[in-house]
Design a protein around this ligand. Structure first.
Ligand SMILES: NC(=O)c1ccc[n+]([C@@H]2O[C@H](COP(=O)([O-])OP(=O)(O)OC[C@H]3O[C@@H](n4cnc5c(N)ncnc54)[C@H](OP(=O)(O)O)[C@@H]3O)[C@@H](O)[C@H]2O)c1
Length: 273
């Protein structure tokens, strides 16, 4: 497992995503992920599964200090009081005294960013969160956030079929981790012949090639999700091979315009689109 050290904290480069995993499937999969060796788990208030993630963490017997746990505050809760209440609910449901990382799930022009970031900084000084960050922040928003607070990560969609050049540069300039969500393009990577062909060469699946391509980039973490134990184990088997330069170039050259997550409330994605 590769780790990054960001703001003095070690974070595993590969995490387990839990979007759309609910009920017992979620508990079972998070438990299987922890048994497999994942030590970085991503959830959100909006996923309606923190209770199940919390149960899995408890059932696993893995020490809380060994797991890097992220949750997120939804769009409607960005004013200081609702934000603090949202984090309290996360802590209760996750059965933990602190989040390793709390993210603003989506940027919003309805609320002042400085007030939300100040509220997160207060929670940090109270020990309820160890780090704060943002998600779905395009370059202009990220610049503002970095001017206002110590941003740990920007969690954004990133995979071989979507480019994030400007954000990557900005993250590296500001010491920010880029956490790649939907790293398998929600399944679209399996339809890409170039990834299949490269996979054959290494005896790896297109998912493993896509994850390896992300993890070979400096300051990029990835959080694939799976509802199958076999697949989550497969996604963990990406530290025993390296892509040759020519293969990285082939993936770099793929069209990078297949954004999967683009709800009506999404911001203008800006410079790379
Ligand atoms: N911040 C945000 O706004 C945001 C938005 C989206 C996602 N996220 C985070 O990022 C995580 C990952 O993104 P995602 O859930 O959108 O999608 P993803 O991880 O790109 O793709 C998940 C899909 O890939 C399939 N899959 C996974 N591993 C596979 C394998 N080895 N072989 C074949 N199929 C495989 C899964 O099917 P099976 O279940 O059948 O394995 C599922 O359909 C989320 O769970 C969430 O934690 C954050």
């Amino acid at each position: 497992m590769t780790h990054y050290e960001i703001q003095g904290t070690r974070v595993p480069a590969l995490g387990f995503g839990t979007f759309q995993l609910t009920g017992d499937t979620c508990r079972r999969q998070v438990l299987a992920a922890l048994e497999t060796g994942y030590r970085h788990i991503d959830t959100a208030r909006a996923y309606d599964n923190e209770d199940q993630v919390g149960r899995a963490l408890e059932d696993s017997g893995v020490a809380r200090s060994e797991v890097f746990l992220t949750s997120k505050v939804w769009l409607d809760d960005l004013e200081p009081k609702p934000l603090a209440r949202s984090v309290e609910k996360s802590l209760r449901q996750l059965r933990t005294g602190f989040l390793d990382l709390c993210l603003i799930h989506w940027p919003s022009d309805r609320f002042p960013l400085d007030a939300s970031l100040d509220a997160l900084q207060r929670l940090r000084s109270e020990g309820k969160i160890r780090h704060l960050g943002v998600s779905n922040f395009p370059p202009a928003y990220l610049r503002r956030a970095c001017d206002l607070a110590p941003v740990f990560t920007n969690q954004v969609e990133y995979h071989p079929l979507l480019g994030q050049e400007t954000l990557l540069r900005l993250c590296r300039e500001n010491g920010v981790l880029l956490t790649a969500y939907s790293p398998l393009a929600q399944g679209a990577v399996f339809r890409e012949p170039v990834l299949r062909e490269i996979g054959k060469k290494y005896g790896k699946s297109p998912a493993q090639v896509a994850l390896r391509w992300l993890l070979e980039q400096d300051r990029v973490a990835a959080i694939p999700r799976s509802s199958s134990e076999k697949n989550l184990r497969e996604n963990f088997e990406v530290f025993d091979f390296e892509l040759a330069g020519e293969d990285i170039k082939k993936i770099d050259r793929l069209p990078k315009n297949q954004r999967q997550v683009n709800p009506a409330f999404a911001p203008d994605w800006g410079e790379d689109d």
